[in-house]
Design a protein around this ligand. Sequence first.
Ligand SMILES: [Zn+2]
Length: 356
Amino acid sequence: MTELDLTLDLTSDVAELTRALCDVESVSGAEGPLADAVEAALRRLGHLQVVRDGDAVVARTALGRPERVVLAGHLDTVPVAGNLPARFEGDLLVGRGTADMKGGVAVQLKVAAALAAPSRDVTYVFYDGEEVDAARNGLGRLARMHPAWLEADLAVLLEPTAAGIEGGCNGTLRAEVVTRGLAAHSARWWRGRNAVHEAGRVLARLQAYQPREVEVEGLVYREGLNAVGISGGIAGNVIPDTCTVSVNYRFAPDKTLAAAGEHVREVFDGYEVTIVDGADGARPGLDRPAAAAFVAALGAEPTAKYGWTDVARFSALGVPAVNFGPGDPSVAHADDEHVPVAQLHACERAFLTWLG
Ligand SMILES: [Zn+2]
């Protein structure tokens, strides 16, 4: 094996550091070389305790401050699409990982290097496997194997939010609603009962459904209950005896997954309902002192996060979490993925102000 000589220079400008991070390809499952480089750079700083699990690296100050905060980011990206090496184009840095989320990782590293004695103790978390199925998620693995490494009063995930604060996230649940009928030859249809026709009543309930808008700790979460699939019928001459409507419920974080399941069962009362999978949402935690100080330091108005994100993993550990990072989330995973250089600087400044 050849050792890759890869030294990250944490004194370089945050945009230059982002470019260097992007140019170390780290598609999910191949984060090793980047994790090695990040670990080595953090160890060289000398003022952090550094530990590692697989390709996740955790570094922390231990100054005995009354509050501890986590700054977290994932090291992996979706596959490269001819968009590396990264390059500067005007005010933008363009390339795979610039927005999702090596710009955020660069900010973490800059803050880690700049603040030997931050105003709050800080735990920097760099993890693998975010862009693939949940079972491979490095943050989930840390939460299972080393929950103490993630203990904090507040976590900030530096996922791209265009440098705005997004608090908490909606939960998500998938259910299958099944209608039953009686199979018959379609030539003698009156001997059967059509399960697909019956599914029309299920769809009518969905059409009539009024999703809630829910305020949680000052942020408004918009819920949704939608059919995302339907299947029924086995042949062109058979009255179907079964029809399955797949439903996705996005629910505000004032509700547990169990309560969300109960709600879905109520909506489809009279039908067979199977909960297929789901995940709790996350409360924004903006009522916590650490979070309030963060919002005040940034002077930004927080908004609600609708999609499910890894903040929910912190929330499950009792750590409120927000998203705040450079880059427009809508260009994450796009071939022309990019980050405005000004947002990299703005995010870096924000953390230095808050924790300096
Ligand atoms: Zn991401």
